[in-house]
Design a protein around this ligand. Structure first.
Ligand code: B16
Ligand code: MG
Length: 213
């Protein structure tokens, strides 16, 4: 097989928490009286919490202090965590669950490479708390995507070289991170349209044929 490990982005690949991110940011933006919509929300995919806030604040007519920004990011995360409590194993599709199981049966090592500091909680909610061989997330990195750190750490946790791993991503920032980390990348959703994607997935289960190539 061409790869020995697969590193999955979480939000937008394994499950969909983007609607909760949107609702939580919207609540904060409304409170700050800052314009925010779904188009701006699309720019937040794969980007860290503080960088997301900075994007939202582009529409704010005053400069916030570092302390104010930290309070805003904390508040948004409280809204977001409340919404995440709605997630259940129903939020993991049968297609994703079965594909993950089949990839493991092929002998591949499987890891998460997510910018989120809530990755562990989300994985628990959808019933994958103990599934992955390694989880690299927002808690073990200094630099967010498009920096490759989160994926390089995931490869390291799997005891694999970056070139032995395939990254699966839904966001441009993640595709760029994979490229910078010298890793092939399968794009799904919007990322499947990008020239940065080594493979353009129509759906998640297509990964089964990609790893056989
Ligand atoms: P948190 P991913 C990313 O997850 C989200 O796509 C992005 O919208 C979010 O800002 C980021 O996690 C940080 O999340 O606030 O929970 O730490 O796509 O890298 O799995
Ligand atoms: Mg994502």
């Amino acid at each position: 097989m061409k790869y020995q490990g697969i590193i999955f982005d979480l939000d937008g690949v394994i499950c969909h928490t983007d609607k909760y991110h949107y609702q939580a940011w919207k609540k904060l933006a409304d409170k700050l009286e800052v314009y925010f919509d779904e188009v701006i929300n699309n720019r937040l995919r794969g980007v860290s919490r503080m960088e997301s806030l900075n994007i939202i604040l582009e529409k704010c007519d005053r400069e916030l202090t570092i302390q104010e920004k930290e309070a805003c990011a904390k508040e948004k995360n409280e809204f977001y965590k409340e919404l995440l409590k709605n997630m259940t194993t129903e939020d993991l599709s049968q297609e994703v669950r079965e594909t993950l199981e089949q990839l493991r049966e092929k002998g591949l090592k499987l890891a998460i490479g997510s910018s989120s500091k809530n990755a562990g909680f989300i994985l628990e909610r959808i019933g994958l708390g103990d599934f992955f061989d390694a989880v690299s997330d927002g808690n073990n990195i200094t630099f967010s995507k498009p920096d490759p750190e989160v994926f390089l750490k995931a490869a390291q946790f799997l005891n694999l070289q970056p070139e032995q791993c395939l990254v699966v991503e839904d966001a441009e920032a993640g595709l760029l991170a994979a490229k910078r980390g010298n890793m092939d990348c399968a794009g799904i959703g919007e990322a499947a349209k990008s020239h940065l994607a080594t493979y353009k997935l129509r759906d998640f289960q297509e990964l089964l044929s990609v790893v056989e190539k």
